[in-house]
Design a protein around this ligand. Structure first.
Ligand code: NDP
Length: 296
């Protein structure tokens, strides 16, 4: 058996097209367009690449992009003042502070200073609470993108056994909440879980968000299961740099019913969902109809 490949790149292009179409329609009716502000502190190379890609795609779908690149020694007070200014700017509907922040800055404090209605990363404590109580929230982009692909592939997820490996605030926990919201029976596994392979083998849906290259092999997978590989790991193999997931693709694809590849799976959906969240925030702020199918 060879698994169906869930094509995140094509799916993300479709999400961006839907976002773009919605923006064109609202602009024609109101003259308004959404704006996304991204704040980058310091010169982390991976963050610079992400911020560049976000800015490019933001403009491509028809939004305004505002980039704030600040030196690594920016003080907490200065960063909070910039966030406060963006909170009060009516042209800014989404604010993203790129993580990780330099060590002298308190990430929780900074994230919780963002207006929850503009918190398009969905990391603000209010949005975490809204999501976990089943209320309308801004939902973290990577789990949201994973959920969209699962819904598209399966239709209803109701009653399925889902295992999420990883309990981080940005992927594992919100992913588990979303799957619970779609009536899956959810298990969250982590580094202290006993007999991880056995737990994973109970999953109809297995989400790997571990940060360990190719840790989840075919032995962990129930025949026919759907595997969502969130991991992005840069490794060196045969003298070349390579991007691999948290799942060992070849052995997993031989057992699974469907699988997301790395690259080209969850990764492209993350920025697409950031754009979808910005559009949602814009619609909520202005009383426009929200895009259908682009929220949780
Ligand atoms: P974190 O490091 O914050 O969390 C990793 C989680 O995996 C922790 O809960 C940890 O458990 C668990 N874990 C670590 N080792 C093991 C193990 N041996 N067995 C079981 N569980 C283990 O990572 P993130 O959640 O931020 O990211 C996870 C992966 O997803 C990374 O590869 C990251 O690069 C990728 N990522 C991809 C994105 C995308 O756009 N596709 C976006 C964000 C992340 P414990 O809590 O006990 O320590």
């Amino acid at each position: 058996m060879s698994a169906h490949i869930i094509d995140g790149k094509a799916f993300a292009a479709n999400v961006r097209a839907q976002v773009s179409t919605h923006i064109v329609a609202i602009k024609a009716q109101s003259g308004k367009i959404p704006g996304l502000a991204v704040v980058l502190v310091g010169e982390d190379p991976a963050s610079q690449v992400y911020v560049g890609a976000k800015g490019k795609q933001t403009v491509e779908v028809g939004m305004n992009s505002y980039e704030h690149k600040l030196p690594a020694d920016t003080s907490e007070a200065d960063l909070l003042a910039i966030v406060a200014k963006l909170n009060n700017d009516p042209n800014v509907h989404g604010i993203l502070v790129q993580l990780p922040l330099p060590k002298h800055l308190n990430s929780d404090l900074v994230i919780n200073s963002i207006d929850p209605a503009k918190d398009v990363d969905g990391f603000h404590i209010s949005n975490v609470g809204l999501l976990s109580t089943g209320q309308k929230a801004m939902v973290p982009c990577t789990p949201l993108g994973s959920l969209m692909m699962l819904r598209d592939y399966h239709g209803s997820l109701s009653g399925m056994n889902a295992v999420v490996v990883g309990r981080s605030n940005i992927v594992g926990k919100p992913m588990a909440q979303l799957l619970l919201g779609d009536s899956c029976t959810v298990t969250i596994a982590h580094s202290r879980s006993r007999d991880l392979a056995q737990i994973c083998k109970s999953a109809d849906i297995l989400v790997a968000a571990v940060g360990r290259p190719e840790m989840i092999t075919g032995d962990y997978i129930k025949p026919g299961a759907t595997v969502i590989d969130v991991g992005i790991n840069r490794i060196e193999r045969d003298g070349k740099n390579k991007l691999v997931g948290d799942v060992h693709y070849e052995s997993a694809a031989a057992i699974a019913g469907a699988i997301t590849p790395v690259p080209g799976g969850v990764g492209p959906m993350t920025i697409a969902c950031l754009l979808a969240n910005t559009l949602t925030a814009f619609c909520r702020a202005n009383g426009f109809d929200e895009p259908v199918g682009l929220t949780a």
